[in-house]
Design a protein around this ligand. Structure first.
Ligand code: SF4
Ligand code: SF4
Length: 284
């Protein structure tokens, strides 16, 4: 069972929910897919070890075989390879590693070489049974999705997996949540939170993923988010009040379920509700 924690915008408490939910459950995996800025580890205190380099294949042109026909450049939708008189220029940072230019080259002048764009790490210490993985995109790299796909290959399908998705609704979010059984959308009851929640709802609806909403800092702002969910028949899975203790623990990097056990019970109950809904979907 794979559950993504996502949000239409940053700063809603998505990572807080992912970490506290994972720490409330037994025998679970947590994947930090916010590979441009992973921060789950700040609340977990784990020592991490590298398990994998993430590479993408980029073209390598043998110019003595090339007749500068331009077919590779015409094929590439990302403008990552250009043919000029008597030369072929490759722009590795734009290349998506699709391999198409290699296939269309009539002279077989293109081979591929690996370019590192990030790494996958996991926790060394499995105390408490939590398995934690994170992806880390190299600084300046534009493409997060290959790192996210490589990260999700480490999911053990026999265990529950919690996925901390990147914020927003762009490609890295689709890469993170596209294969999920359920998506929890974390929002706050402010005009910005409401606006970006509706964008995130559009995404999960298009992807056909069952979802529910957590309203964080639910007692600030207004009632529009909750009213909207009621009108749309969207389950509000949990409301987290603007609690001074939670804020203080957060600022100290301490997951609040570790000091406020009543929240652990709430997360477990929420998880059971989600599990039932997923099972119902499977039976349909
Ligand atoms: S398709 Fe092959 S032969 Fe044609 S320009 Fe590109 S590398 Fe050269
Ligand atoms: S591998 Fe794909 S993305 Fe990269 S240069 Fe070739 S056609 Fe373009």
């Amino acid at each position: 069972m794979k559950i993504a924690i996502a949000s239409g915008k940053g700063g809603t408490g998505k990572t807080t929910v992912a970490v506290n939910l994972a720490l409330s459950l037994e025998n679970v995996q947590l994947f930090d897919c916010d590979v441009e800025e992973p921060n789950c580890h700040l609340f977990l205190g784990f020592d991490l070890e590298k398990v994998e380099d993430v590479n993408i294949p980029v073209p390598l042109v043998e110019k003595d075989k090339c007749d500068f026909c331009g077919k590779c450049s015409e094929f590439c939708q990302y403008h990552a390879i250009a043919v000029i008189p008597k030369d072929v220029l490759v722009f590795p940072a734009l290349c998506h590693g699709c391999g198409g230019c290699t296939l269309v080259c009539p002279q077989e002048a293109i081979s591929e070489e690996n370019r590192s764009i990030g790494i996958i790490e996991r926790n060394k210490d499995k105390t408490g049974g939590l398995v934690f993985y994170r992806g880390l995109l190299n600084i300046g790299e534009p493409m997060a999705s290959p790192v996210i796909h490589a990260l999700q290959k480490h999911i053990d399908e026999n265990k529950a997996a919690i996925i901390d998705a990147p914020p927003g609704t762009a490609c890295p979010v689709i890469a993170s949540i596209g294969d999920m059984d359920y998506c929890i959308l974390v929002t706050e009851s402010t005009p910005f939170g409401f606006h970006d929640l509706k964008l995130a709802i559009d995404v999960v609806r298009i992807l056909g993923i069952p979802f529910g909403v957590i309203i964080n800092r639910s007692d600030i702002g207004d009632e529009k988010v909750e009213q909207y969910c009621l009108e749309e028949g969207i389950p509000v899975l949990m409301k987290i009040q603007n609690d001074r203790n939670i804020a203080r623990l957060y600022s100290e990097g301490i997951p609040f379920v570790s000091r406020m056990p009543e929240w652990k019970e709430r997360f477990v109950r929420m998880f059971e509700i989600i599990r039932s809904e997923i099972n119902e979907e499977v039976m349909k």
